[in-house]
Design a protein around this ligand. Structure first.
Ligand SMILES: O=C(O)CCC(=O)C(=O)O
Length: 285
């Protein structure tokens, strides 16, 4: 596999990559065991937790909002294949006027996320009444941009509220590594922040100290641990803790990468105020 992140290649080698541990969803462990596993690994990988058809329907709904010429000719919105050309005049992804901005404010999106199974899972993991924070992000990457999520921990983006948060990441479509899957740095939720502070100087985005690093090989070697990966299918769900280092790979396939990330916390905990508004890509949060 030829992989890169933000245009920087990373060899797909056993020294740098290992498998995510799956938690079977047919017979989900009891809440205590689930919480233990989440805190042990820093994540839960729940293959097939969501209904594949629901997820693919959502994919089709979003891609059908894109202007003509975005999708490869003769293909369906459900496939979400990139034509190789972004039509002129479309605003930046996720800002007002872009379809993703309207989509996260739509009834379709609300209905999809207002899933009692997600709420119950969040409540089990937080061991209390859970609420979803209103800032829910729709990410869409296609080949050619060589742009992905840099290595980071979520807490650095939401540090004005309680750290007792769980993030759910939902691939909206099949998402192998080459389509821009998320990868997790093994056991990194246990690292003290001082351990990765120096990595923030190696960056393609000076001026933003929140991200840790754009170079995933350098990150793995410096912290002496592997990136955990999998070949995501539509219907899979990832849950992670706010202190685990994660990043995404560049999308290089014809199939575009679409995903949602959404966060839950206990009703009684104080949220970071920046997460109480609907997401806009230019909201600075
Ligand atoms: O989807 C991505 O590339 C990043 C998502 C993320 O960082 C998260 O869900 O916390």
């Amino acid at each position: 596999m030829n992989l890169s992140s933000n245009g920087v290649a990373i060899p797909f080698s056993p020294a740098l990559f290992g498998p995510l541990r799956a938690t079977g969803t047919d017979d989900l462990p009891d809440p205590v065991a689930l919480r233990e596993r989440l805190h042990e690994d820093g994540y839960l990988y729940l293959p097939g937790f969501l209904d594949r058809e629901d997820v693919l329907r959502l994919r089709a709904r979003y891609f059908s909002q894109l202007p003509a010429g975005f999708l490869a000719p003769g293909t369906s919105a459900r496939e979400g294949l990139f034509s190789g050309r972004v039509p002129e005049g479309i605003p930046e992804h996720g800002v007002a006027g872009h379809p993703a901005h309207a989509f996260v404010r739509s009834e379709t999106f609300d209905r999809f996320l207002d899933d009692p199974r997600l709420r119950k899972l969040a409540a089990d993991l937080l061991d209390g009444d859970a609420r979803m924070l209103p800032r829910r992000i729709l990410r869409h990457f296609h080949r050619g941009v060589r742009r992905a999520s840099r290595a980071h921990v979520d807490f650095d983006y939401m540090n004005e509220g309680s750290p007792r948060v769980v993030t759910m990441w939902i691939p909206v479509g099949d998402c192998p590594p080459q389509s821009g899957a998320l990868v997790y740095l093994e056991g990194s939720h246990r690292l003290p922040p001082e351990a990765y502070e120096p990595l923030r100087d190696t960056t393609d985005r000076p001026g933003d100290r929140r991200q840790i690093c754009h170079d995933l090989e350098f990150t793995a070697r410096s912290l002496d641990r592997r990136w955990l990966w999998t070949d995501f299918s539509a219907g899979d769900l990832m849950v992670h803790l706010p202190r685990i280092i994660h990043a995404s790979l560049d999308a290089t396939t014809e199939a575009m990468r679409l995903s949602i990330d959404t966060r839950f916390m206990r009703q009684s905990d104080a949220p970071d105020p920046r997460w109480l508004r609907a997401w806009s890509a230019d909201d600075g949060a």
